[in-house]
Design a binder for this molecule. Sequence first.
Ligand code: JFZ
Length: 450
Amino acid sequence: MKRLFLAGLAIITLLHPGTGIQTRFPLASSPAKQVAADRLQWWREARFGMFIHWGPVSLKGTEIGWSRGDQVPVEVYDQLYRQFNPVKFKAEEWVAVAKEAGMKYIMLTSKHHDGFCLWSTQTTSYNIMNTPFHRDVVKELSAACKKEGIIFCTYFSILDWHHPDYPLGSPGGKTKKPSPNMPRYVQYLKTQLGELARHYGPLGIFWFDGEWEEPWTSEMGLDLYRYCRSLQDSVIVNNRVAKARKGMEGVSAGGEFAGDYDTPEQRIGSFQQNPPWESCITICQQWSWKPEDKLKSLQECLRTLATCAGGDGNLLLNVGPMPDGRIEPRQVKRLKEIGAWLKQSGSGIYGTRGGPYQPGAWGASTWKENKIYLHLFEVLPSGLELPSLPRRILSSKSISGGNAKVLQTPTSVQVHLDPVLKSGSVTVLELTLDGEAGTIPPVSVAGQKK
Ligand code: JFZ
C-alpha cells in the first residue's frame, strides 16, 4: 500500500538473489518527486555495508590523503602510483568476503583527498590505468557486485589536495596553491561523477567527503546534490555533500541542506529515526592499510553493529586492503565471524528499525512488525530488568543459541539467560507481541543494578 503513489512510474526492480533486498532504481525519466523514504528503503533495510579505503598509499602503510606532505613527502606520495601493482586484487574475492560478512553494499574510495582515481577516467592521467597494474578497479568491483547482488557505492572526495585548480593543498589543506580555479574545478568534479554514474551505475550511494574546507559552499553542495540526482534519480547522497555536518558526530544541524543522511564518523550515532544515519567505523584504526594495525575484537564489532541497528542507523565497517590487492587474512577472519553471527541473528538486524528500548551498556533493541529483538550485551546471573512494554509478550525465544526466559510483569520485562551470556558474543531474543511494535514510543533503559 505504501508504494501506491509509485503506480505509473517506470520502475526497474532488481531482485538480488540471496540478499533478500529488493532495490528499486527508477528510470531517469521518472518524476523526481519520489519521496526520500522510498529511495532510501533498500539501504535502511540493508543496515550493514563495507567501506573500502584503498590506493597507492597502501604501499607506504600510512593514512590515505592525510599523510601526503606529512609522514610522506608530497613528491614521494605523488609518485607511488608508478609502483602500484596489486596483482592479487580479485574483485570477486572482495565481494565474497563482504557477502560472507553479511554486508549488503560496498563503498569504495573511487577518489580520496589525494586525488588519485581508481577508475579509467578521461579527466586526469593520475589514475589506475597509468599504474603498472593497468586495470580499472571500479569497473571490476562494480561488475562483481552486480553479479553477486551487492549494491556498489562510491566514496568521492570533494576536496583534492593534489589538483592544481583546487585552492588548498597538503598537508591537510594547510597550504595554498598558486593559481586555483574553483569554477573549473567544480566542472572537473561533475565530469568525474558523470563518468562514475554512466559507466559503473546504477550506483547505490554517492558518499561525499572533504566538504569542510573553505572553498566549498552550501550553494555548491546543493547544486552538486541536484546534479547527482539528475545523473541517476534513485541515487542516495550523504550529508557531506553540503556544509551542514557539525564535527565528527556527523549529524546535520537543522536549517541547512544536509543531503539524505547523517554520517557519524568513528563513533556510533545516537538513537535517531530521522534523518537516517550511518556510522562509518574502521575494523582496525587507520582507514587505509597499516601493517600490524590494532584489530577490533569480535565482541566490539557485534556490539557496534547491534547498537547502530538499535539506534535506527546503519554501520559502514571499513577495511583497508593491502598493496598486493588482498584484504588482510586476519580482517577476513573477523568479517567471517561477524557473518556467522548474522546467519543466526540476522533477522534481528536486516529490515528492522531501532527501538523501542534505546541502546545502552545493557544491549540494544530492534523491531519489525509485531516482533521485538533484544540484542543482549550484559545480563547478570540475577537477570536483566527492562522497563515495561505497552504490549503483551505472547512468546519469546533466543535466535542465537542458548535458553532464555522472559517474564512480563505490569512494571517490567525480566530476562534470564541460560547459560548467562556467551562470552564475546551478543545474544539475540525474539519477542512476539500481541500487536505492532512500531507504535511503541522509544523507551530509555537505566543502568543495571549490580
Ligand atoms: C574523513 C576523511 O578525511 C578520512 O580520511 C576518511 O575517509 C573518513 C571516512 O572521512 O574523515 C575526516 C574528516 C575530517 C577530519 C578528520 C577525518 N578532520 O577535519 O580532522
